[in-house]
Design a protein. Sequence first.
Length: 277
Amino acid sequence: MKEISVKELKNIATDLRKKAVSMIYEAQSGHPGGSLSAADFVSACYFREMNIDPKNPKWEDRDRFVLSKGHVCPIQYAALATLGYFPLDVLHTLRKEGSILQGHPDMKKCPGIDISTGSLGQGLACGVGMALCAKLDEKDYRVFVVVGDGEAQEGEIWEAAQTANKYKLDNLIVFVDNNNLQLDGTCDEVMPNIDLGKKFEAFGFENYEIDGHDMQQIVDTLDKIRASKNGKPKCIFAHTIKGKGVSYMENECGWHGVAPNEQEYKQAMEELDAQML
């Protein structure tokens, strides 16, 4: 864990939002809504919680990060570039031919990506495998996985969850980005999830329900989890707002996978600039 204040983390999250929106605007392609909803806990993981070394991305004892909802990779790319995994200028190449920053994370091209993701439902199973490897190798690293609420409609999520319970993977931390919107509408309209936090609890997880945009809550929860070595995998059920930080994107399904135009981009930057503390 790194020593950093909640205020600093809030500003980092805002900065990552700005970078993600800028990347998507320049590419005129990408997924802003889910990138913005995940920004706060992504910031807390990368800049405070995780034991990582940008100068040694393949360090064997590093904590792992799995972005199971891989289409929101702009927020992860923004974090990696800010930490120094690759130059900031590379952010301008999102989705361009030959770029290391493709539309979904590619572990063979981009430093800091622990697993290629994008086919929804598969990332948690990969994270379970990583966490199990740590246990078998008697290593102390932990595995952080981000799962979307729409993605949790996939059956493989629950096969992975019960496997995590069987092998007592208390080194596995799953963030559920619960913004209640997916590609074609609300989760309740498409396929009701009922209560994902309680579902994970029923599958043997220790469940923490939080406001996914309250940085103090995020930090406090991660502190509790770090101290909890009881054989139970962890779920952080984070209530979030799709498009958080940009007024016209917030809670709008239409901003799932659409890039802003010039006027919209300018407004987004002005609003995000005003949120810096």
